[in-house]
Design a protein around this ligand. Structure first.
Ligand code: SAT
Ligand code: MN
Length: 633
């Protein structure tokens, strides 16, 4: 590869800015790029335009460098396999920092560092970190370019793999630079793999550094990431911007940045609803986002699978956009049986990272098909046979991924990229609970719903009847992604809800697909059958709004559809359509049971959890805990 010896000042002049007068935004952008280059000392600077030609050029470069392996064009057109360094395979929470001025603004669930001290540390770490490499300047939009809920950023990176991935996961292009030229504020994001090259030094396929930093300055809305080329550590539009920085922006500006999928549900009589749902990892979020309903006449369409930005629209509804443009999905467990829509999505033009390679130039991972091929090359480039699998050696890394444009999803809604967003009717919180939490419960109101979101938990071990297993709290499924004090996030939700017109405010629900029976087996079949729960949810929305039951409601007329329990309203007998479902005897009762004694114990654990946040916990949530205890008697 060609390389220039030094970073001459002339090389730093971005060609995109050589003509015409500059507006403030552009000058800020080019000055900032110049400063970052002066610090990191790249050989070259390339301003990216997001074009197809640019993408192909980068893909060719990555193939030549050995970072990407082209897959068989007949089997998987336009697709590639990347193998990362074995040490660089996931987000690094221990090296993720929130550098607010005041430690209390980061709160007890974040790693906080003093901004000044961190800046000094970063200056040393980034000094010369891009030597021998090209620095790419990637202007990107989260959400449709110029939309009322969208935001823009610029990521500079020395990883062409990151540039190509950002082109899939966000909207990159000249229109974004035009907005910045016109003065739009942008989030500056600096990324370096932290592997400078000495003159003549050969590169490796996946450069990275054992020392890693993923740093956020919520007040100045800046991101600095060092040492990793993987996923959320490096594609800075995703968790770093769209969740951590955005949660601070949203708090200050009155909107919401959430770790939520968004779907559009259409009932047999053509009524339309939009749901936003937050689940901790490994709770089937992508599966719900691409659900194929088993209930006749119902359709579910995908708007987003990971992140939602929500803001009150001019019509008073809470509107949501998917700020991303692609899916960065976990491969293992995604198969024809579990998520056929995802499988159809990545049939072409996809970058796979850390999955296994088949002998005929295609990809495989655990769960793609019931039986593995007889021979594979595993994610580390080693031979693999089913005998290795029997020994517990995985062919694909458990966090291996597919990176693919959302527009390729067969169930993508035609409104998925509407800049105005879609009106949210129901918000759903989920966790993975073997006990206690019913299959579905409707909150008694917004504040109770926020309480549900604040107390989301998963349980590692199957708890014995009448006890609560060890609970891992993941409030709003935002534990690693909230850039502000988590308790302030709750307070902000209360404020946003109070500002919404009661008639247009979404109803809030809690779901749990993972409840187990006494023998330890799951009580609910999940997957496509979850549509039955969705149908009950939207019927409850209709009733709450006085729209009356839908013709497809399992319970029509005046019959009660919900039963009040201490933890919320659960489906009344007969209200959940379980027709044709082969549930074991008593399973439905067990799924909806609210055991009072263990819920009292759980309320004590919730109090302990709240106490971690001290007096930042909103009084309304303390009151919700009191009300829960009162209902438990
Ligand atoms: O690697 S990401 O942070 O983008 C995704 C994830 O951790 O779920
Ligand atoms: Mn996620």
């Amino acid at each position: 590869r060609t390389r220039q010896a030094t970073t001459a000042e002339a090389d730093l002049a971005p060609s995109a800015f050589t003509a015409g007068a500059r507006l403030e935004g552009a000058r800020r952008a080019s000055e900032w790029v110049r400063e970052v280059a002066a610090l990191t000392q790249p050989d070259r600077i390339v301003w990216c335009d997001g074009s197809a030609a640019e993408k192909q050029e980068l893909l060719d470069l990555l193939v030549e460098a050995g970072t990407l392996l082209p897959l068989d064009p007949e089997r998987r057109p336009g697709s590639y396999l990347a193998r990362s360094a074995p040490s660089d395979v996931a987000r690094v929470e221990s090296r993720t920092f929130i550098c607010s001025k005041d430690e209390a603004d980061a709160g007890p669930t974040n790693n906080w560092r003093k901004p000044g001290a961190m800046r000094a540390e970063l200056r040393e770490v980034f000094a010369g970190s891009m030597r021998g490499r090209t620095m790419y300047v990637v202007p990107f939009s989260m959400g449709p370019v110029g939309g009322p809920i969208s935001q823009v950023g610029i990521e500079v990176t020395d990883s062409p793999y990151v540039v190509v991935s950002m082109g899939v996961m966000t909207r990159v292009g000249r229109e974004v630079m035009d907005l910045i030229d016109a003065g739009a504020p942008f989030v500056p994001a600096v990324h370096s793999v932290g592997a400078p090259l000495a003159p003549g030094q050969d590169d490796v396929a996946w450069p990275c550094n054992d020392t890693k930093y993923v740093v956020h300055f919520p007040e100045s809305r800046e991101i600095w990431s060092y040492g990793s080329g993987y996923g959320g550590n490096a594609l800075l539009g995703k968790k770093c911007f769209a969740l951590r920085i955005a949660s601070a922006m949203a708090r200050d500006e009155g909107w919401l940045a959430e770790h939520m999928l968004v779907i559009r549900v259409t009932s047999p009589e053509g009524r339309r609803y939009h749901l936003a749902a937050a689940f901790p990892s490994a709770c089937g979020k992508t599966n719900l986002a691409m659900l194929r309903p088993t209930l006749p006449g119902w359709t579910v369409e995908t708007i987003g699978d990971d992140i939602a930005w929500l803001r009150q629209g001019p019509d008073g509804t809470l509107r949501a956009i998917n700020p991303e443009a692609g899916f960065f999905g976990v491969a293992p467990g995604t198969g024809v049986d579990t998520n056929p829509n995802a499988v159809a999505t990545f049939d072409r033009d996809t970058i796979f990272t850390n999955v296994a390679l088949t002998d005929d130039g295609d990809v495989w991972w655990e769960g793609l098909t019931p039986e593995p091929p007889t021979h594979l090359v595993d994610w580390q480039g080693q031979d693999w046979t089913p005998a290795d699998g029997a020994d517990g050696r995985k062919a694909a890394h458990p966090n291996s991924r597919f990176t693919v444009a959302a527009s390729q999803c067969p169930t993508i809604a035609d409104t998925w990229d509407d800049p105005a967003g879609v009106p949210i009717d129901a918000i759903v919180f989920g966790g993975r609970r073997a006990s206690n939490v019913p299959l579905v419960a409707q909150a008694y109101g917004w504040e109770h719903g926020v309480f549900m979101g604040a107390t989301i938990s998963s349980e590692q071990t199957a708890a014995a009847e009448g006890t609560v297993g060890e609970l891992r709290r993941d409030p709003f499924a935002m534990l690693p992604f909230c850039g502000i004090n988590m308790a302030d996030h709750w307070a902000h939700w209360l404020r946003v809800g109070a500002a919404l017109d009661a008639a247009k405010r979404p109803e809030i629900f809690q779901v749990n697909w993972f409840r187990k029976g006494p023998d330890g087996s799951f009580l609910w079949p999940g997957f496509g059958e979850n549509a039955r729960v969705v149908a009950w949810i939207v019927d409850q929305v209709d009733r709450a709004r006085g729209a009356g039951p839908s013709a497809s409601s399992a319970t029509t007329g005046s019959a009660a559809t919900a039963t009040a329990t201490p933890v919320g309203r659960v489906p009344a007998p007969g209200a959940l359509d379980v027709g044709g479902l082969d549930l074991p005897d008593g399973a439905l009762d067990a799924l909806l049971d609210v055991p009072v004694a263990s819920w009292r114990a759980e309320a004590d654990l919730t109090q302990e959890f709240f106490d971690r946040f001290g007096d930042r916990v909103p009084a309304a949530l303390r009151a919700e805990l009191d009300a829960l205890r009162e209902r438990l008697g």
